[in-house]
Design a protein around this ligand. Sequence first.
Ligand code: GCB
Length: 600
Amino acid sequence: MLYPTTTPTRALLDLSGLWKFMIDEEVTPIDVTKPLPTDEVLAVPASFNDQTASQKIRDHSGYFWYETNFDIAKPLRSQRLVLRFGSATHEAWVYLNGQEITHYKGGFTPFEVEINDYLQASNNRLTVKLSNLLDYSTLPVGHYSESKDENGHLVRKVDENFDFFNYAGLQRPVKIYSTPQAHIDDITVVPDVDLAAKSANVHTTIKAAGDFDEVKVTILDQAGKEVVSGEGTDEVLTISNVNLWQPLNAYLYTAKVDLIKNGDVEDTYSEPFGVRKIAVQNGQFLINGEPFYFKGFGKHEDTYVHGRGFNEPVNVLDINLMKDMGANSFRTSHYPYSEEMMRLCDREGIVVIDETTAVGLMVTFGFDVSMLESDDYEDDTWKELKTAEAHKQVIRELIDRDKNHASVVMWSIANEAATFSKGAHDYFKPLFDEARELDPQKRPCTYTSIMMANPKTDECIDLVDVIALNRYYGWYIGNGDLKTAETSTRDELKEYQAKFPDKPIMYTEYGADTVAGLHSKYGEPFSEEFQEDYYRMSSKVFDEIPNFVGEQLWNFADFQTKFGIQRVQGNKKGIFTRAREPKMVVRYLKDRWTNIPNFG
Ligand code: GCB
């Protein structure tokens, strides 16, 4: 699926703006042949939750409705018209002028539908029913329950099995784009770099539909100058003296694809791409043949008022803050981020670990590692969860969407699943096989592992190319005791290193909740001093481990979560506040990271 843009043959309409909105009380059925019975309006794209003053709306679990009206200018109506949702969280039923035109489940990847057959000459009514329900068959995983209120009405409840607020709605842009009847459907670009010869063979595969005679592919350099061209839907084009896409020094080529009929260009689309080589070898993560060191973050799409909604100025600011600190990378914890963010990372040279929505795959939780070390340890996770189908689907959709991005260097198949529990290997093996099969660029794959999954207990380490650890010594374990934390961090990393000498190891989470402005001359937990001491301790150990290839801390910024006794209006492990004000530790990390080269 191509990202929707204008081209000389394609128009684009953006349906952003105010839409009608209502939650569904499930008392009176909604008649989709009539306008929605509500005067409430909300902005799209954004989560619905934080846009009203109503707690009932904010905390609603169940179904809810959006509606807008639009017109299509007459000259466009002879074109093929496609309605495209950047995402709809978590399930959507779409109606145009009272008819259901598509249904989609999976809250963080795009979907689209042709609308010509359902259009009216004017005042088209687009109605979307959504659900934010999650259960043991969905990703992310939620505990779902039902009860009755005092009037006997059904009350649905989702208890998130993860540590971020279950924001939902039309969180990403909704657009209509036109194409000619003969059109390009998809473009796959796989650069194969010969570093010694400074050249690249670029394999382009084009999917097209309709009536056309030929396909022409032209590769343009960053200045828009033609480098090489060829004909056919399956082509290898060679770029000599190639400019590589490098971390923080991006260079983007463009594959311009023309669909030709009787000598005329029927459809044209330009796909940006970077040329770079990723490999994992001898305990190192190589980008363009050199050992890369990840410096950066686990993040969230989470901002005031927008919730999880697309917020481009904040995306730009976040990348600028990262670059200012000498960071070079982040992980899209814990779901695919907007396509706009991925395109921004391509341009800025930010390295991305691209994660699926697989979070919460653990039905029992505790940090008692000793019981896991017995050979017959078993919990109910892999019996109770029915997520395999949803997991396959999100892997397929994520790779399909992000396959051409130079910024994406690794897939994260899951976050903190019960990989220590019997049945985990049988669950994950087919998913890793699927990802490796589907990715045309054959990137490395990993999952981020929870503390209970250690070198002794983790059943799935053979599946990963890079060992990615989420660790909280000194926070969740031995809170405040950084001396013991230092020993535990060192001992465990050394054990991994000894047991898996060929696998690179990195931290994909480590951090401490820190209340901005709270100071302690004793360096107590939650103070800004403790956060800095915690990171200084961690850094010291990282620098001792030879196969250690990176540090991505938790979290870039404070973010909203469900209520809980460990959460004071959300998770406070940000090194920036939710408003992107720096906490004290930013100065220390900036100093550290600007002195660690990206390579070496
Ligand atoms: C984790 C999770 C992350 C949480 C974090 C925390 O291990 O992966 O989603 O927010 O811990 O702060 O507890």
